[in-house]
Design a protein around this ligand. Structure first.
Ligand SMILES: [Zn+2]
Ligand SMILES: [Zn+2]
Ligand SMILES: [Zn+2]
Length: 357
């Protein structure tokens, strides 16, 4: 199976893809998008020159992606497991399933995709067969999904180590960006980011399900695995069919739709959060995360996305609570600073009323 590699990095538009052909789709990064470091926020994305509204700034390939659907046996939103394809919306009639019958969530869009993905899938297949049922029953879907993402990160890493079927982004000229496993290992998130309680629970999961073993031969220490969970939880994206981060929220906006997948991206993950973001994000039909400028972005300005559905949390208390619970930080974006927090309001109310008669 030949692979299509695009060498269009200097062009202003992302590469056009051919549907239904297994291919390696590279990350695409706008030449004006730059990485920088903020003393408080850490790594972040900025633009070096004016970027007009509507410009595509980034198309990032997932390093790992899993489907997230209610009933995989009947759901038509499943994604092709082949990382070089990842197409979404595989109908019941056309799906190819694992010959070992690991889990119904694992499907391919064609035999070609299944064959080309056999070594990567072998890495996760025995783990899925051994643990998926018990994790799903005892721990629920959320923890199963989290652990499966970790296993898929490890599977991609294994393929990268074996130098298989991977287009080295360095060969594509993306030298200034850390891609692949190197990009993943630089993501923010560590045991210090999270509560002791959560870290303890994850540490137990690592010992129980993710240790280096013949079922999961990754060669990493339990500390590295725990660190990887802390990073994954701080950086993974939910994938929804429509845009996230349109602000102000248009009237009669139907929302971003139902989640169909979760993924980890080495470059997109560097975007910080704002409650009035200048970047709208949405996955394309192959699980790539696409960033589009929501308005004109001035030279030097930071590029921010919304980490959650802005229609779901429309007051500052609800937004702050949600961000602290799910991402472990207090939002100090422009919108949050400009909207008075209730505690500030109550302080204000405590001030003596001025008599202006
Ligand atoms: Zn496919
Ligand atoms: Zn399998
Ligand atoms: Zn905010």
């Amino acid at each position: 199976m030949s692979q299509v590699v695009f060498l269009t990095l200097d062009s202003p538009e992302p590469p056009v893809r051919v549907d239904r052909v297994p291919q390696t789709h590279p990350a695409w990064i706008h030449p004006h998008l730059i990485e920088s470091t903020d003393p408080v926020k850490g790594r972040q994305l900025r633009v070096s020159s004016l970027v007009p509204k509507g410009t595509c700034l980034l198309t990032d390939r997932p390093y790992a992606v899993i489907p997230v659907v209610d009933d995989p046996t009947i759901n038509e939103n499943l994604i092709c497991s082949n990382p070089a394809c990842n197409i979404r919306g595989i109908g019941l009639a056309e799906r190819c399933q694992c010959p070992n019958g690991c889990i119904p969530d694992v499907v391919w869009c064609s035999r070609a995709c299944k064959d080309v993905d056999s070594i990567r899938h072998e890495f996760e297949c025995s783990w899925l067969k051994r643990y998926s049922k018990s994790i799903r029953t005892k721990r629920g879907e959320y923890e199963f999904g989290m652990l499966w993402v970790i296993v898929r990160l490890l599977a991609t890493r294994q393929c990268e180590l074996n130098d298989m079927a991977f287009t080295k982004e360095s060969q594509l000229g993306l030298h200034r960006w850390k891609t692949g496993w190197e990009g993943i290992s630089l993501l923010c998130g560590s045991p210090d980011t999270w509560s002791h309680e959560r870290v303890r629970a994850w540490s137990n999961l690592v010992k129980k399900y993710l240790q280096n073993s013949p079922i999961l031969p990754h060669g990493l220490s339990t500390e590295s695995l725990l660190h990887l969970i802390c990073q994954e939880e701080a950086n993974s994206f939910g994938l929804y069919p429509r845009e996230t981060g349109i602000f102000p929220i248009p009237e009669s906006w139907p929302g971003r739709g139902e989640q169909f997948a979760a993924a980890v991206y080495p470059t997109a993950a560097m975007a910080n959060h704002s409650c009035s973001p200048n970047i709208i994000h949405k996955p394309d039909d192959r699980g790539c995360m696409v960033f589009t400028a929501a308005r004109d972005i001035q030279p030097g300005e930071e590029c921010c996305i919304a980490y959650f559905d802005l229609t779901q949390h429309n007051n500052i208390t609800s937004r702050r609570q949600h961000l602290q619970n799910s991402f472990g930080f207090i939002c100090r974006c422009e919108r949050c600073v400009s909207e008075k927090a209730p505690e500030q309001n109550s302080e204000w109310n405590l001030l003596p009323m001025m008599d202006i008669e």
